[in-house]
Design a binder for this molecule. Structure first.
Ligand code: ADP
Length: 204
C-alpha cells in the first residue's frame, strides 16, 4: 500500500483536494480532523477530550493522534490501494512515528504534496467557512492561533520529507479545478516514471 500526504495550512484546501484525489486515483481519504469531529459528534471519550484542544486551536497530544492513526492503518482492508492522508502528520514526532508505522506494516509513504496559499486568503476562506460550518475553531481568534501553531509545529515536517526526497509543492491560489490539475500533473508524472522503469506499481 502506498500512501500520499496532502499538506498545508488550515484553509489551504487539503480536504477538498484530498476528496478529489481519492476519487480519481481510487484511494481512501483519511482526514484526522474529520475523524476527530466524528468522535466529538458521538460524544465519545476521545471526542470530549479532542474538543477541548480543537476549540482552542491546539493540536492533540502526539501519542493520542498517533495511536488513532495506528489503529486505522492496521485495520485497512487488503484491497485498499493506499490512503490520502489529510491532517497527518502535523508534527515532526508524528512524521517519525508514521515512518516506522508504515515500515512495520509493509506500507509506504510515496510523497508529501504541500499546497501553499497566501495568508490573507487563508484567513478569508476560514472566516467564510466558519459562517457556514459552525466549526468551533473557525472564528477569528482561533484561526489566528491555528496559523501560529501551523508555522511553529507543523511546517518543520516539510524538511523531514525534503530530506527523504518525497517533497512536492503546488500553488494553492486559484480555483479548485486549477489546483486539482496541478496535483494531477505531479501524480501522473510519478505514474509515468514508474511505468517507464517497469515497476510493479504501474498505477498509484
Ligand atoms: P484544518 O487543517 O482546517 O485546521 P483539520 O480538520 O485538519 O482542520 O483539523 C482540525 C483540528 O483537529 C486541528 O486544529 C487539531 O486540533 C486537530 N487535529 C487534526 N489532526 C491532528 C493531528 N495530526 N495532530 C494533532 N491534532 C490534530
Amino acid at each position: 500500500m502506498k500512501h500520499l500526504i496532502l499538506f498545508g495550512a488550515p484553509g489551504s484546501g487539503k480536504g477538498t483536494q484530498s476528496t478529489h484525489i481519492a476519487e480519481t486515483y481510487r484511494l481512501k481519504h483519511l482526514s484526522t480532523g474529520d475523524m476527530l469531529r466524528a468522535e466529538i459528534a458521538k460524544q465519545s471519550q476521545l471526542g470530549l477530550l479532542a474538543d477541548t484542544y480543537i476549540s482552542q486551536g491546539l493540536l492533540l497530544p502526539d501519542a493520542l493522534i498517533i495511536d488513532l492513526l495506528k489503529n486505522t492503518l492496521q485495520q485497512l482492508s487488503e484491497d485498499t490501494k493506499g490512503i490520502v492522508l489529510d491532517g497527518f502528520p502535523r508534527t515532526v514526532a508524528q512524521a517519525v512515528a508514521l515512518d516506522s508505522l508504515v515500515a512495520e506494516l509493509n506500507q509506504e509513504i510515496l510523497m508529501l504534496i504541500e499546497i501553499t496559499v497566501d495568508t490573507s486568503e487563508l484567513i478569508e476562506r476560514l472566516v467564510q467557512r466558519g459562517k457556514l460550518s459552525g466549526r468551533s475553531d473557525d472564528n477569528p481568534a482561533t484561526i489566528k492561533h491555528r496559523l501560529e501553531v501551523y508555522h511553529q509545529q507543523t511546517e518543520p515536517v516539510i524538511d523531514f520529507y525534503k530530506q527523504a526526497g518525497k517533497y512536492f509543492h503546488v500553488d494553492g491560489n486559484g480555483t479548485i479545478e486549477q489546483i486539482f490539475e496541478r496535483i494531477c500533473l505531479i501524480l501522473d508524472q510519478l505514474v509515468a516514471v514508474k511505468v517507464k522503469h517497469n515497476s510493479t506499481l504501474s498505477q498509484l
